[in-house]
Design a protein around this ligand. Structure first.
Ligand code: SF4
Ligand code: SF4
Length: 452
């Protein structure tokens, strides 16, 4: 990862034209120059020139960014503002340290194969005490005042049985490549690829494409139905799917907070989890995870493990990209709950701007038999911004309001997207507006019925 100092030349390329300001959603809400993309670049330049210090005000401005990349796309001089902001956050973490709670959670829970599932299981058992179900919604409201939880907030429900937990209990569901268990010897370590390949192929005994599925935390802990839908659609498309059970968080929330070391540790663990298998592709249904696995892993591990990380990242495809471009599915195989449903589509920032994928999800929607109706601004950010939604909830929902109104104005029955984070945020925004538009992942449209 480049340090803030290494961005000095790029910061100097900024000519203060303000093009980025007009597309920046944080500036759109507060109309303050330091909250804009241009303002943040100027602050980083002033810090590097030793004109200002890493003050609380500087930190606040760097944290007021949802990493939507709209500024980067708009900038005529190719100034990579989101990455400059990430480098500034890393500088803050290095110089001032992370707050104790964040540091503890990132290093001891998120980066642990034992404690993360245990902590989430504990939270899932406890959620009924703290939250109550919202009628007609698959979400929760708090029962009494809680820190960082707004009274109106639609909190996503933790699953009773997590996606990876279900896979470990039903290994026979996972394509026809057996999972390594104590009685099934692990394939040979990286470096002995030839023997591993022949071993898996003889077990597989056909030429079906072999896909590794990366779940990501939101699908694993909150929306396992999306993971299940992906496995079914992939298997119908003729793929063999394997879900490595020792996969971890992709590390993008950690990176967004400037903790480069934990992000590297998580990236390396994921590399090791998937390298055990001879795979044609690695796929995910989370736009943020996909952007991380394709792009950020190379930045994090490229200096130390260039060949390994390039081999890994070159196989990563978003699920929509994989289904359309690689597996080339074309047969409509869905039965929408409402015949002739009208579906509008929200472009996740990390899919459209991060990975350049916009057509494939739309093709899948049309393949499902639905009628696609575009909203006015499909690639306007939903306002989630990783932990921005937790630390700046009102701000985040103010950004979301335009998105929710845009969706409502289409009159669509369903809004589909390709990122579980966007789904949670959009559901909360529509709930606030009193709109009953269903929110689904595009892949769910290819099955018999979307999630409630
Ligand atoms: S990434 Fe988005 S929120 Fe952040 S500065 Fe750029 S336009 Fe603004
Ligand atoms: S669009 Fe680019 S050059 Fe113009 S103000 Fe923003 S960062 Fe600077």
């Amino acid at each position: 990862m480049k340090t803030l100092k290494q961005f000095a030349d790029e910061i100097n390329k900024c000519v203060l034209c303000g093009t980025c300001r007009s597309v920046c959603p944080t500036f759109g809400v507060v109309q303050r120059e330091p909250a804009s993309a241009r303002g943040k670049v100027a602050l980083c330049g002033a810090y590097l020139n030793k004109e200002i210090e890493l003050s609380d005000v500087f930190i606040k401005q760097m944290n007021e960014c949802v990493q939507c990349m709209a500024c980067k796309t708009a900038c005529p001089n190719d100034v990579n503002v989101p990455d400059i902001i990430l480098a500034a956050r890393a500088e803050v973490a290095k110089e001032r340290g992370l707050p104790f709670a964040k540091s503890f959670i990132f290093k001891n829970i998120l980066d642990s194969e034992r404690f993360m599932p245990a902590a989430m299981k504990f939270a899932s058992k406890l959620q009924g005490l703290l939250f109550k179900g919202v009628p007609e919604e698959s979400g929760l409201h708090r029962r009494f005042p809680l820190p960082l939880i707004d009274e109106m907030r639609l909190v996503p429900q933790l699953a009773e049985r997590f996606f990876l937990e279900a896979r470990s209990q039903k290994p026979e569901d996972i394509g026809n490549i057996p999972l390594p268990t104590p009685s099934t010897p692990l394939p040979p370590p990286a470096g002995d690829r030839r023997s591993q390949k022949s071993e898996v192929r003889s077990q597989n005994n056909n030429s079906r494409p072999r896909i590794g599925f990366f779940a990501g935390c939101l699908i694993n802990y909150m929306l396992p139905n999306i993971g299940e839908a992906c496995l079914k659609v992939l298997e119908r498309a003729g793929a063999s799917v394997i879900v490595p059970l020792d996969q971890h968080c992709c590390g993008m929330p950690v990176l967004g907070n400037g903790d480069i070391e934990t992000a590297k540790s998580l990236a390396l663990k994921n590399l090791e989890a998937f390298e055990k298998y001879e795979l044609d592709y690695i796929t995910t249904a989370c736009a943020t995870c996909g952007d991380g696995l394709k792009r950020r892993f190379k930045e994090l591990l490229g200096d130390e493990y260039p060949e390994r990380v390039n081999a890994f990242s070159s196989k990563v495809r978003d699920i929509t990209e994989l289904l359309v471009n690689e597996l080339q599915i074309s047969t409509p195989n869905s039965q929408l709950p409402t015949p002739n449903s009208i579906v509008t589509y929200h472009d996740p920032c990390h899919l459209r701007r991060g990975q350049g994928i916009a057509d494939e999800p739309r093709e899948l929607i049309e393949m499902s038999g639905a009628k696609l109706k575009e909203m006015s601004h499909p690639c306007r950010c939903c306002g989630l911004g990783g932990s921005f939604n937790i630390t700046n909830y009102d701000f985040s929902m103010e950004i979301n309001r335009s998105k929710a109104e845009d969706i409502k104005n289409t009159g669509a029955d369903i809004v589909a997207t390709a990122c579980p984070g966007c789904m949670i945020q959009i559901k909360d925004g529509l709930h606030r507006l009193g709109a009953d538009t269903k929110v689904v992942h595009v892949v769910e449209l290819l099955l018999h019925s979307p999630s409630p």
